[in-house]
Design a protein around this ligand. Structure first.
Ligand code: PGA
Length: 255
């Protein structure tokens, strides 16, 4: 299998942005712009916007995701949301292991793995984020870091379940900084992640895996990044908050 046969997916990661009325307005603006997309289109939104997003996207090609979930099914975890709660609402995707969760909220490879497990058990699709810090890239250990994050996160995940996982390579130094990895850098690490998955699950599973790039992907640089063999879509932060920009990226992925 090659790139042409893999499903490209463009996912917006809204982070902590948009009230409900703002969310509805953005989705209404987005719907006509992406209705003919030749790739998967997902918007991952704050918990408070999930219901509004599900309602507004009904009958459209836009899928809805959450930005995190807890690993337990239920219990005394004040302020947390379980994967079952998301699945029951009709949410299809969940972002797990985003570097902002790792940096600011104590997320570790082990808790990422537990959350992946919980999400899969609830029937959700996972957008699993991995990526190195700038110091790690400078030390020449990008592959070790991304390889380790990938392996630990996928612990206990079966080959069948892998089909519900997208991996997003997001170099931490490129997130929200305006500094994009070059298309070659993105391709190289995405390809490396695919090779790690091939060792764990075999070539066929690895070739079928959607591996996104994320980190300052925008309307201007998307086409070049998405043209690379191993870049099967993107996880888009800032540019997903503007319907026009996001739709340009979706069009670039549809080629
Ligand atoms: P950015 O964010 O596109 O704003 O860099 C990407 C992400 O954090 O997923």
């Amino acid at each position: 299998m090659n790139k042409a046969k893999r499903q490209a997916v463009i996912a917006g990661n809204w982070k902590m942005n948009k009230t409900r009325p703002e969310a509805k307005a953005l989705i209404e603006e987005l719907k006509p712009l992406v209705k003919d997309a030749g790739c998967g289109v997902v918007i991952c939104v704050p918990y408070t916007n999930l219901e509004a997003a599900l309602e507004a996207t009904k009958g459209s090609n836009i899928k809805v995701g959450a930005e995190n979930c807890h690993w337990a099914k239920s219990g005394a975890f004040t302020g947390e949301i379980s994967a079952d709660m998301l699945a029951e609402m009709g949410v299809e995707y969940v972002v797990i292991g985003h570097s902002e969760r790792r940096q600011y909220f104590g997320e570790t490879d082990q808790t990422v793995n537990q959350r992946v497990r919980a999400a899969l058990d609830a029937g959700l699709k996972v957008i699993l984020c991995v990526g190195e810090l700038l110091e790690q890239r400078e030390q020449g250990i990008t592959e070790e870091i991304c390889g380790m994050q990938t392996k630990v996160a996928l612990g206990g995940v079966s080959k069948e379940e892998l089909s519900r996982i997208i991996i997003a390579y997001e170099p931490v130094w490129a997130i929200g900084t305006g500094k994009t990895a070059t298309a070659d850098q993105a391709d190289e690490v995405n390809g490396f992640i695919r090779s790690v998955v091939a060792k764990l699950y075999g070539d066929d599973a690895a070739q079928a895996l959607t591996v996104q790039y994320g980190g300052s992907m925008n309307a201007k640089n998307a086409e070049e990044l998405l043209g690379k063999e191993h870049v099967d879509g993107g996880l888009i932060g800032g540019a997903s908050l503007k319907a026009e920009d996001f739709s340009v990226i979706v069009k670039a992925a549809s080629k």
